[in-house]
Write a protein that binds this ligand. Sequence first.
Ligand code: NA7
Length: 546
Amino acid sequence: MRYGFNAATAAGVSAMPDRDVDAVIVGAGFAGLYMLHRLRGMGLSALVLEAGGGVGGTWYWNRYPGARCDVESIQYSYQFSQELQQEWEWSERYAPQPEILRYAEHVADRYDLRRDIRFDTRVKTAVYDSGPGRWRLEAEDGARFTATWCIMATGCLSAANLPELPGRDAFAGATYHTGQWPHDGVDFTGLRVGVIGTGSSAIQSIPIIAGQAAHLTVFQRTPNYTIPARNAPLDPELVRRVKADYPALRRQAWRMPNGIAFRPNPQSALAATPEERRREYQARWEEGGLTFMGAFNDLILDPDANATAAEFVRGKIREIVADPDTAEALCPSNVIGCKRLCVDTDYYRTFNRANVTLVDVARSPIEAITPTGVRVGGVEHPLDAIVYATGFDAMTGALLRIDIRGEGGRALRDKWDGGPRAYLGLATAGFPNLFMITGPGSPSVLTNMLPSIEQHVDWIADCLGHLRARGLARIEAEPAAEDAWVAHVNEVAGGSLRSTCSSWYVGANVPGKPRVFMPYIGGFPAYVDRCEAIAANGYEGFALGA
Ligand code: NA7
C-alpha cells in the first residue's frame, strides 16, 4: 500500500481507518487535483481517494504506444494560474501521454497536493447517511471515510470496456487493454499481435505496434474517420505569441461550442461550390486535427452537408491505401463526426505495410478467442498477444461501478437504470451533497476537458462558499429542475447528427447499456451561461438546507 501522505499522516491514517473531512473527492485526475486545490484555498479539509498509484487519471492509465491528446497542448492545460500557464513548456503540438502525465505531476507538486491524496484506494461504496447528513465511503481495502460533501472526479472515459468474447480468458498469450497499459511498456518485437477495435486508441497505437510486431492483425467492427495530426515540435514563436496574452486565447476558447479556440468557417457546405468545398477540406486536411469539422457550419447538422466532408475523407483513404479492398473496408459509411473524430499519425498508410492485415468483423463478428488466437468466420488468426482497444463504459461507468446510495438507501444504479439523469450534469436528485465533475448532461466529452473541468470545479467551490456563508450544509437537485434539464439535453441532442449512430456517446459500445445521448450538446458558452444564471438566482432548481 502506498500513500500520498507524508509519513506522519500516513501512519495516522493506517492507525485510524475512519477519516472525517469536509469534502472527499474521488479521483486524482485533472478534475480531482484542481478541486482539492480550490477547496484547500477556501480553508476546507479535503481528501482525494485515487485508485491508481499516482496522479493524472486518464494520463496515468492510458500508456499505450502513441497515446497523446487530440486537443493541442497549448489549449489542453489549466488556466486558473497565470504563473502555471506561463512556466509550463509543451514540446509538441499534441503532447504525448508521458508529457501530460508529467504536467499533472508538476501541478500536484507545485501546489503540494499529494499530502491529501490517498493512492491505491479504489472506492467501493458511497452511502449518504441522512441522520447526520454525511457521506460514508468505503474503499476496497476496507478503509472508511466520512465527509459532508462527496465530489466525484471519476472521469468520463476511465472504466475500461473489455468485451465478453467467448474464450477470452483462455488465451495463452499476453493480453492488454489500452486503458490499463503496463507502466514499463510492452515490446512487441517479433510477435504476432492482434488489435481489437479501431477507435482513437487503436488508431494512435496501430502504426507504432505495426512498426514493432512481426505481424499485426487489426479486427475492425466499424471503420472510423481520422484526420492527420500533423504533429510537430511546437513553434517557439507561436508559444511566445500565445504566452504574451494567454487570457485572450482562453477567452476566445470560452466562446466556442467545444471550448477550443479555432477558426470556424461560418459558411454552409451546401452554399459553397464543389471546388470551394474541396479547397476548404484540403486546407484543413493539410492543417491537421479536429478543426476539420469546422470547415463549414452545417457539417454536424445537415446530412447532405456532412456527406460532402465524409466523401472527401473517403477519397483520401482510397488515395492512401494501395489495396482497393482494404481501402474500401477502411472507408466509413456513417456520418463524419458522429463518433468522435480521430486524429492520427500514419494510420491509413500503415495498412500498406506487408506485415499488417485488416479483418472486417462487422458482418462476421469475432466467434471466439482461442488459446492461440482469434477466430472469425471459421478462420483462426494465430496470435502471441492481443490488444483490446475496445474503449470505455463512458460517462456513467466509473460512477456506477461504485455502489452509490442516496436518500433512503436508493442506489444510483437503480435511479439510472434507464440512462443517467442529472441536473446540469453536476448533481442528481435524491443524492444530497453529491457533485459530479463533468457528469452526464454536461458538455464534458464534447469539449476540451480542461476548461470544462475548471468551470465545474469553480462552480462547485463557489456553491460551497455560498452555502457556508449562509450557514447551510445541504444541497440537492430538485426533481422538477432535473427533469427539465434532462428533457433539454435530449432535445438539443435530437437536433444534431451526433445522436444518430452507435457511439459511446449513446452507450452503444457496452451491451445492455441504455441508449441515451449522454453529454450536453448545446455548446459550452450556453451551458456556462446557464450555470452562472442558476448560481446568480440563489442556486435555482436546488433545494438548500441547514
Ligand atoms: P472507442 O472509441 O470506444 O473505440 C473502441 C473500439 O473497439 C471501436 O472500434 C469498437 O467498435 C471496438 N469494439 C468494442 N467492442 C468490440 C467487440 N466486441 N468486437 C469488436 N470490436 C469492438 O475507444 P477508444 O479507447 O479508442 O477511444 C475512446 C475515447 O478516448 C476517444 O473517443 C477519445 O475521446 C479518447 P464499434 O465502433 O463499437 O463498432
